[in-house]
Design a protein around this ligand. Structure first.
Ligand code: SF4
Ligand code: SF4
Length: 67
């Protein structure tokens, strides 16, 4: 299973990752990042295929995937 983390100090809550992930692992949440905006949560990480599209498309480098 992949370890997927979102750095709340870097994430700005743009939600690009919600559409970038083919497995829809990122979901909206009420968690706040360091900017005070809502940041995504990680759901069902066991379905991650390790494609790293999320890492590549996050404009702030906030996502880390360890396959
Ligand atoms: S794409 Fe990156 S900055 Fe945007 S919500 Fe997702 S983790 Fe945060
Ligand atoms: S590595 Fe691919 S499947 Fe896994 S969370 Fe990122 S975009 Fe989704």
């Amino acid at each position: 299973m992949s370890q997927i983390t979102i750095d709340k100090a870097c994430c700005k809550g743009c939600n690009i990752c919600l559409n970038a992930c083919p497995k829809k692992i990122f979901v909206k949440s009420k968690k706040r990042n360091n900017y005070g905006t809502a940041m995504p949560d990680v759901k069902d990480p066991e379905t991650c295929v390790g494609c790293r599209m999320c890492e590549r498309l996050c404009p702030d480098g906030a996502i880390d995937v360890e396959a």
